[in-house]
Design a protein around this ligand. Structure first.
Ligand code: Z5A
Length: 217
């Protein structure tokens, strides 16, 4: 059961490897909800609070020197603890619909699948950073790594530290996301992100409508 079931709000996360179109789709999803009379809170990870945004810059900006897998893992969860305590839980408790660009599944996919961090460490830290909180719905946008990388290569700004990883890293990330979806088919829905934007958005709208049904407006 999603935490939000108990507190009226809805917690919806957008996941997938870099460049699959999460940011594009979260904007469209917010517009879709507004048209239904729901004003969502749109946020992102790592980030979403002043502290977490500083941690984001530290962990993603190139030129910080070496950042080992364990340091990267702990920074992601430090940012998450701040975000959950100060933004996500209060919004859910107030009955809001929270749309979050990445959450703990990203840690499982990137630090777990990509870097090989022990799954038990990730589970333990999740239990500390957000006890009892799971998304009501997670949408995994799925595309081969080459498709996603071709998209971001046209966007006109440089790569962050993790984006600079090779294609094999992003294929491991993709496989980790598909494994999460296979393990939790009720919470996690995979959407084919290789289709045109509007077609992807139509699939997302169906999933959103199902999860916000019955919310107070
Ligand atoms: N990270 C981590 O390692 N562990 C964690 O626990 C967390 C995060 C929470 C920041 O994530 C990094 O942090 C990320 C994982 C790591 N690093 N990487 N790699 P982020 O979400 O801020 O950054 P990102 O994953 O790299 O996302 P992105 O580059 O912003 O891509 P996106 O949001 O998925 O895609 P987009 O910006 O919407 O679209 C990319 C381009 O494709 C753009 O030009 C669009 O116009 C175009 N686009 C979008 N949809 C389509 C379709 N359907 N067809 C064609 N073109 C499209």
């Amino acid at each position: 059961m999603g935490y939000a079931d108990a507190v009226r709000g809805r917690f919806i996360t957008f996941e997938g490897a870099e460049g699959v179109g999460k940011t594009t789709q979260i904007t469209r999803a917010a517009a879709h909800l507004r048209a239904r009379g729901i004003e969502p809170l749109v946020t992102r990870e790592p980030g979403g609070t002043p502290l977490a945004e500083k941690l984001r810059a530290l962990v993603l900006e190139p030129g910080q020197g070496a950042v080992g897998a364990t340091a990267e893992l702990l920074i992601m969860f430090a940012a998450r603890a701040s975000h959950v305590t100060d933004v996500i839980r209060p919004a859910l408790e107030a009955g809001r619909c929270v749309l979050c660009d990445r959450f703990t599944d990203a840690t499982e996919a990137y630090q777990g699948g990509g870097r090989g961090v022990e799954p038990d460490w990730i589970r333990a830290l999740a239990g500390i950073a957000h006890p009892g909180l799971l998304p009501d719905l997670t949408i995994v946008f799925d595309a081969p790594a080459e498709v996603a990388r071709a998209r971001i290569s046209t966007r006109g700004f440089g790569e962050d530290r993790i984006e600079a990883e090779d294609t094999a890293f992003f294929e491991r990330v993709r496989r980790a996301y598909l494994a999460i979806a296979a393990r939790e088919p009720k919470r996690v829905q995979v959407v084919d992100a290789t289709r045109p934007e509007a077609a992807v958005a139509a699939s997302v709208a169906v999933l959103l409508d199902a999860v916000v049904a019955g919310m107070d407006r």
